[in-house]
Write a protein that binds this ligand. Structure first.
Ligand code: ZN
Length: 83
């Protein structure tokens, strides 16, 4: 674990701002989702990488109904729908 030497105060609602340089280096964008886990007394934030709901692929994703589907599963679904 790398110590960045940075610290932030919680605001009245319990929020913190993740420093811009960390957001940049991890390519975190507004609206991105961070999974929160506890490891002993540490809070661990892990950026969620979008992946296909069917096969887990992270390549060529399209959004449908709020879920991500890869192009090959999308093609399979289209074929199944027209059969
Ligand atoms: Zn897929």
């Amino acid at each position: 674990m790398k110590n960045t030497g940075m610290s932030r105060k919680l605001d009245v609602l319990g929020r913190i701002v993740i420093p811009a340089e960390i957001r940049r280096s991890l390519d975190l964008k507004e609206g991105g989702v961070l999974d929160i886990s506890l490891e002993e007394d540490r809070i661990v934030l892990t950026p969620r990488q979008d992946s296909c709901v069917f096969c887990g692929s992270t390549e060529e994703l399209k959004e449908y109904g709020g879920r991500m589907v890869c192009s090959s599963c999308f093609a399979g679904l289209s074929k199944a729908a027209s059969a």
